[in-house]
Design a protein around this ligand. Structure first.
Ligand SMILES: [Zn+2]
Length: 387
């Protein structure tokens, strides 16, 4: 009798993860789940441990596991990072419903000044409403790196970004320095079949569940590259997919309904997979709880749109943003890379070190985006605002 699975046939976590995503998508399509015994949370945790994970190679078992997870979450039995399970769609990262698009009359009313905009802008109102929900339920997610006061400061900073608009550029060297600035040009980053790589080859080199180019860029260069080589590839892929709500926040207007749904579902599948990896000891509480808190805060900021910007005259704009990392510690999306690096090395970082890392990321990011941010009248760029 064979009592042990040979290492040669033991599945990799990447195989299990990819099968998990497929099973999760299949289970979402079932109008009526079959009547079968559910796996308890202890059984789900156990099946994700090394000695049992081969059982998930059976498609019935992995489908049963996804159904069981969905069922337990539906009964509010699964917490994310906090002491309480999620109570609403903003803090429930398994909800697969995040869509920050909002109706807004800014186009029709041509807002003048942030006070007017704040009262009428659907995007701003959506962010404020999401903030209130999340702050009222902070025991579901709060961590040392991602706190309620820091989230409130981030939201305030974005709301006030366009206050006190100066229509004549001035610097510490006097307004005449503006005459010396040459016309800024920047590459057009929109899809262009004339220069873009072949999509079929790109999807082979950088496989993603969604097969959307922007997903490959964000996931491979922003997440998987951190700790690549020493981080388990299955965990790296799951961590990368768990950032789908950031992509939704950035690109939901450009996505079609099918693409948006796929992003939502794969993101939920990845978070569920990582939760079970956390319960079975594959990733630590520090890693998972900070990931969850960070994603919830990203969801809040994902509502923000600067609808005033198209009405600004061409030019270079600074802002009244109050520090390097105030809202950028969320939206520069550094924690996903920290997470893969932490999984790879076993190390953690304190809040002070994380914010120092964010500052460095902001500088590098804004150097790279300097010309594009100028063209787009992006006011948060630290070089443009002279920080
Ligand atoms: Zn608006």
């Amino acid at each position: 009798m064979i009592s042990k699975i040979s290492p040669a046939v033991r599945p990799t976590l990447l195989q299990i993860y990819l099968s998990w995503v497929d099973a999760w998508l299949l289970s979402a399509k079932e109008p009526q789940p079959p009547k079968e015994p559910l796996l308890t949370l202890d059984e789900l945790s156990s099946i994700f441990q090394d000695e049992n994970i081969h059982k998930l190679m059976n498609h019935k078992t992995i489908l049963q596991a996804t159904r069981s997870f969905r069922n337990h979450n539906g009964k509010n039995m699964i917490s994310l990072g906090g002491t309480q399970p999620p109570s609403n769609d903003m803090t429930d990262l398994f909800s697969e419903t995040y869509d920050p698009q909002s109706d807004c009359n800014c186009d029709k009313t041509k807002p003048k000044g942030s006070t007017h905009r704040q009262l009428t802008c659907g995007a701003i109102n959506g962010m404020v409403s999401a903030t209130e929900t999340v702050l009222h339920t902070q025991d579901e997610w709060h961590t040392d790196l991602f706190t309620a006061p820091k989230l409130q400061a981030a939201v305030d900073e974005l709301i006030l970004a366009n206050t006190d608009l100066q229509l004549r550029l001035d610097t510490c060297q006097g307004p005449s320095t503006a005459d010396l600035i040459p016309k800024v040009r920047a590459p057009d980053r929109r899809p262009n079949p004339g220069v873009d790589g072949n999509a079929i080859i790109g999807n082979q080199l950088y496989p993603t569940a969604e097969q959307i180019k922007i997903c490959a860029d964000a996931k491979y260069f922003g997440v998987i590259a951190c700790g690549a080589g020493i981080c388990d590839e299955g965990l790296a892929r799951a961590i990368a997919d768990s950032c789908n709500d950031i992509l939704i926040g950035d690109y939901c207007e450009a996505a079609d309904a099918k693409g948006l749904k796929l992003l939502q579902q794969v993101g939920g599948a990845a978070m569920a997979f990582l939760k079970l990896c956390n319960m079975s000891g594959r990733i630590t509480d520090w890693q998972f709880s900070n990931l969850a808190a960070y994603m919830i805060q990203c969801r809040v900021l994902g509502y923000f749109r600067d609808h005033e910007r198209p009405y600004l005259p061409d030019g270079i704009y600074g802002s009244h943003m109050t520090g390097l990392g105030v809202h950028r510690h969320i939206d520069v999306a550094a924690f996903h890379g920290v997470m893969t690096a932490s999984v790879a090395t076993g190390l953690e970082c304190c809040e002070k070190d994380f914010m120092r890392l964010v500052d460095a990321c902001v500088y590098v990011n804004d150097f790279v985006d300097f010309r594009g941010d100028t063209m787009r009248k992006q006011r948060e760029n630290v070089l443009l605002r002279g920080s």
